[in-house]
Write a protein that binds this ligand. Structure first.
Ligand code: C5P
Length: 237
């Protein structure tokens, strides 16, 4: 797996695929002393479980993790590199990571799969399913799951309305788009977007929804660590 992409990818050659893993957040909702991506799950940093799935996907030309400036808790390893260019928001971290991919020689036509470091239960097969669904598409897409719970809008701690759940999906990651399109989309959308697809949608494009597993949770709340640990243990032979 190539980590340094120079010399620049020649024009007209087939698009390559890169994974970009933003891991520069502080995880304030997780109730942990430090950032949640560095909590131990089964004796291993949470982010290393995420990386273990990506480094097993043979189609990926590179895997790049974005950490906060000055953060030395994660070193480059087998099949992945680490760059300390994280920003104040997830969107800023992703935008900086895309710039770094381009600097390393990725072509604007290459696909980038952006994945939250905190979704540590992701499996190589799910990443491969997203690639298979999107690589011949003109826009790209994301893993997502149809909503099963009833959806409420809140106001002042009480239900303001029940919203129809039909046709509603929960967005997960990875989200897969062309490097140039995504850079342009994020530059236009600004820092407030919480996923890549919403920036792409703001350009008038319609990302593909690729049905995913409910196990692909983003570890967010204190109780999510025990859940993630239980799933990891259930997968052990
Ligand atoms: O905070 P949240 O769980 O939504 O973050 C999703 C992912 O984005 C996490 O992996 C987190 O580390 C990353 N992130 C980042 N830079 C930020 C904020 C979040 O890379 N400034």
């Amino acid at each position: 797996m190539a980590l340094i992409l120079a010399p620049a990818h020649p024009p007209n050659s087939p698009a390559r695929l890169h994974a970009l893993i933003p891991a520069a957040g502080i995880g304030s909702r997780a109730g942990t002393a430090g950032p949640k991506q560095y909590e131990l799950l089964d004796g291993r940093l949470l982010v290393l479980h995420t990386l273990s799935a990506f480094t097993r996907v043979r189609r990926l030309a590179s895997v790049l993790v974005v950490v906060a400036p000055g953060d030395q808790r994660l070193a480059a390893g087998e099949g992945y590199d680490v760059v300390p260019c994280g920003g104040a928001t997830r969107a800023a971290s992703v935008a900086a990571g895309l710039d770094e991919l381009a600097r390393r020689g990725a072509s604007g036509h290459d696909w980038v799969l952006v994945h939250d470091a905190a979704r540590c239960l992701v499996q190589p097969e799910w990443i491969e399913a997203l690639i298979a669904a999107c690589e011949h598409d003109t826009v790209g897409g994301l893993l997502a799951q149809p909503l099963t719970d009833t959806l409420k809008a809140e106001e002042g701690g009480r239900v303001q309305a029940t919203l129809p759940r039909g046709g509603k999906w929960l967005a997960q990651t990875p989200q897969m788009f062309r490097l140039d399109t995504l850079r342009q989309a994020l530059a236009q959308a600004g820092d407030a977007v919480t996923d890549e697809a919403s920036a792409i949608e703001a350009m008038g494009l319609r990302p593909m929804l690729v049905a995913a597993s409910g196990q692909n949770i983003k570890v967010t709340w204190p109780e999510d660590f025990a859940l993630a640990q239980a799933v990891l243990r259930s997968r052990q032979p």
